[in-house]
Design a protein. Structure first.
Length: 190
């Protein structure tokens, strides 16, 4: 069993998020307050984050507010509050590429990003697809993909295919394809 300190850091909250966005089949059942955030792992010689929150530049904050996010905070503010330096993060694991999970990549310039290849290739098809995919494209930020592309050119992205046991000691990647997104993955910490 691995030994990690684990933090869940809240990047904001959506006070009126539709229940159907979380609970399958609960259409027209009202809203509920929903926190947004990411996870920090420290241990076994690594400082890692699972997801990165949303962009916190001026445009990113404006985009988050347009989705109903209140009290926004970015990794650059949250990690130092718990005594950690975002530049010391060596591993970023993206569960999927939605705007509120993949937007804070720039806060972690020294990290290698791990993402399912299926997630990236599926979104690239949709981004470049017909206008009928517009509602799907609204759940991502093209700027996040620009950042991901820049990291790929710098050899700072590792696209994985399927299950990855022990990506870090005691940390597995387990795909759940065609669920929340095409290439969604869970992170299991043992």
């Amino acid at each position: 069993m691995a030994n990690y300190s684990i933090w869940l850091l809240q990047t904001g909250e959506m006070l009126d998020f539709p229940r159907s966005g979380i609970f399958y089949g609960r259409h027209n059942s009202g809203t509920l307050p929903t926190p947004l955030g990411f996870i920090v792992l420290r241990g076994e010689g690594h400082l890692a984050v699972i997801d990165t929150g949303f962009r916190t530049d001026l445009q990113g904050i404006a985009d988050a507010r347009s989705y109903g996010v209140s009290n926004p905070h970015g990794p650059e503010e949250l990690l130092p509050a718990i005594g950690l330096d975002p530049e010391a993060v060596d591993t970023v694991i993206l569960t999927h590429a939605h705007w509120d999970h993949a937007g804070g990549l720039s806060a972690f310039p020294n990290a290698t990003v791990y993402l399912q290849e299926r997630e990236l290739s599926s979104w690239l098809r949709v981004i470049n697809g017909p206008k009928r995919f517009g509602s799907l494209v609204a759940s991502i930020s093209r700027r996040d993909f620009d950042e991901l592309w820049q990291r790929m050119l710098a050899d700072k992205v590792c696209l994985v295919n399927g299950m990855v046991p022990d990506l870090l000691p005691g940390v597995d990647l387990v795909p759940s394809f065609d669920t929340h997104t095409w290439g969604h993955q869970h992170v299991v910490i043992r």
